[in-house]
Design a protein around this ligand. Structure first.
Ligand code: CA
Length: 555
């Protein structure tokens, strides 16, 4: 019996015993048949206690573990989520299996203070593998949910706060701290891999058989950074919705959206108008893929122009003013004209009705998520001025200056993945095709650059690197499409059994909640293949789709 199973059995038997006691007090005679169970509770509890004592003792001993370039700050045996003290509380994972929690601080420079956590399942619950998990936003918080998700599947799981605390005021850490910017950009994640693996080996007495990394958004960038800069860290890497070209992401989408919507008071959109745009996009383009499901299989085929929504009489929430029409066009075009056509793509059409809420449309002016995430970069990384006004930005000149100062540190744009390939590494890259944060086409641009670079050297990119666009998915989840993905299972098959993912199943759950009923399944196809409905059977069933080479290449 595995440790986790044993633990669950004890909980089940304990609650059964409690039920029995309750039942006896109400004199339900047939409950006596179950009353024989408590001896099983006692036996299992004793076994559990033995296991826990062993786990707790070896966990305790990690406190004196010698960590290269850092120090252990705590090691504690966690029996359940009541034992788990995390800040902020809202990040408390709902359920954790018992594990040894190790916290550490790494200091590669005198200005560094990199927080690390390594969550180690007890030996019997360990799957023999190591997993690094990534961050979101500008880093600066510990991704507890991802740590818990790795732990639940048996990995020795490690994460970092990327070297600063971002909770009070995002981005302020960068002001006057160039080494902290390096920690955030790539050093913290790399050193966390080394520390996490060393601690796991110290705890279990043997090294992990495989090491994987998984991250989305900033974590997706961290994933590509690892593949490019530190190809020996991980055997398999998952990069989701990566803002890998960070300086262009800050200028080309965060700032671009803010200046498009908020430079004057007339350009902002209401939630009702986002819905209006979304409905009109679906009316024009949903059926281009042969299925009327509210999802655009490849939104690049949709060229809907919002001009048809322009008010003909008095302005109302059921139409767009001319300035709003221009704003919507600019969101989809991106900064091509303001800077150059290859600088950064615009957002894709589709999903506006729900996905624009928050990211694009906000109740308070200058407070959409693009403003909240993006403006701190300009205030603290670039201009050193908390009162910096986005209306003063010169797109031509200042985008170039920003690249000169930050691109070599922050951006993970190197198309040379041969060092990763030559070590046998496998990379799964995915991107929500209706991501309202990182433009989906940015991932296609990177994939195609890598592909060209590899083909010049006669390497088939599909042998180790595959991109899966996720129709109708927003930023790392959400949206009208099938958006629940199990990428780590696909990656493990590829790395451990040599089975490359020819298609990956995506599931749409009721309310996007995997504990609820599945509503539909859909296949994700390796780019440039596209899922095509066979024309027979339910279009909510992935089995009725094939992966075809039909998709147009980058436009
Ligand atoms: Ca469709």
């Amino acid at each position: 019996m595995s440790y986790a199973t044993l633990h669950r059995s004890v909980i089940r038997l304990s609650s059964l015993a409690a039920n029995v006691i309750g039942a006896l007090s109400t004199t339900t005679f047939c409950s006596l048949a179950i009353a024989a169970e408590p001896h099983q509770v006692a036996a299992a509890s004793a076994e559990l206690a033995k296991v826990e004592n062993g786990g707790a003792a070896s966990c305790q001993s990690l406190r004196s573990f010698h960590l290269e370039g850092g120090r252990i700050t705590s090691s504690s045996w966690i029996r359940n989520s009541n034992d788990l003290d995390v800040t902020p509380k809202r990040q408390l994972p709902a359920e954790v299996v018992p594990f040894c929690r190790v916290t550490a601080v790494l200091a590669p420079t005198s200005d560094s203070q990199i927080g690390v956590e390594v969550w180690l399942p007890y030996a019997e619950g360990w799957n023999g593998k190591f997993k690094g998990v990534g961050n979101g936003g500008l880093g600066g918080t510990m991704p507890y949910e991802s740590l818990a998700a790795g732990l639940r599947r048996g990995y020795a799981t490690a994460a970092t706060d990327t070297g600063h605390d971002n909770r009070a005021a995002p981005g302020v850490f960068a002001l006057g701290h160039p080494e902290k910017i390096v920690d955030y950009a790539y050093r913290a994640v790399h050193l966390t891999a080394a520390s996490g693996k060393a601690l796991a080996a110290g705890y279990y007495g043997r090294s992990a058989r495989y090491a994987y990394f998984e991250g989305c958004s900033q974590g997706g960038q961290e994933a590509l950074m690892e593949a490019q800069r530190y190809p020996a860290d991980y055997a398999g890497i998952i990069s989701g919705d990566p803002d890998y070209n960070q300086t262009h992401h800050e200028v080309g989408v965060h700032l671009w959206v803010v200046s498009t919507l908020y430079s004057d008071a007339q350009s902002q959109l209401s939630a009702a108008q986002a819905q209006l745009v979304g409905n009109a996009v679906n009316a024009a383009c949903d059926k281009l893929d042969g299925v009327a499901d509210g999802v655009l299989e490849d939104p690049r085929r949709c060229h809907f122009d919002p001009g048809v929504l322009q008010c003909r009489g008095a302005d109302s929430k059921n139409c767009l003013t001319q300035t709003q029409v221009t704003a919507v066009r600019k969101l989809w075009t991106g900064p091509a004209r303001a800077i150059d056509s290859g600088y950064y793509p615009g957002l894709e059409r589709g999903g506006e009705a729900t996905l624009w809420r928050g990211w694009i449309v906000a109740d308070t002016p200058e407070q959409n998520v693009h403003a909240q995430l993006g403006l701190p970069f300009f205030k603290y990384f670039v201009f050193g001025n908390p009162n910096w006004d986005f209306r003063t930005f010169d797109y031509q000149a200042q985008s170039r200056e920003i690249d000169k100062r930050f691109a070599s540190v922050l951006n993970a744009v190197d198309p040379d993945l041969l060092p990763f390939n030559s070590r046998g590494g496998k990379l799964i890259h995915y991107h929500g095709f209706n991501d309202p944060d990182v433009p989906p086409r940015a991932s296609i641009w990177y994939y195609e650059r890598v592909e060209r670079s590899l083909r010049r050297r006669h390497v088939d990119p599909g042998s180790f690197y595959r991109l899966f666009m996720v129709p109708g998915m927003g930023h790392c989840g959400g949206g009208p499409g099938a958006n629940s993905l199990d990428m780590i299972a696909a990656l493990e098959q590829w790395v451990e059994q040599g089975v490359a993912p020819d298609r990956i199943l995506a599931t749409k759950y009721l309310g996007d909640d995997p504990t609820k009923a599945p509503l539909r399944t859909h296949p994700l196809c390796p780019y440039p293949k596209i899922a095509r409905y066979r024309g027979q059977g339910s279009s909510d069933d992935a089995r009725n789709f094939v992966c075809d080479v039909e998709r147009s290449r980058s436009e």
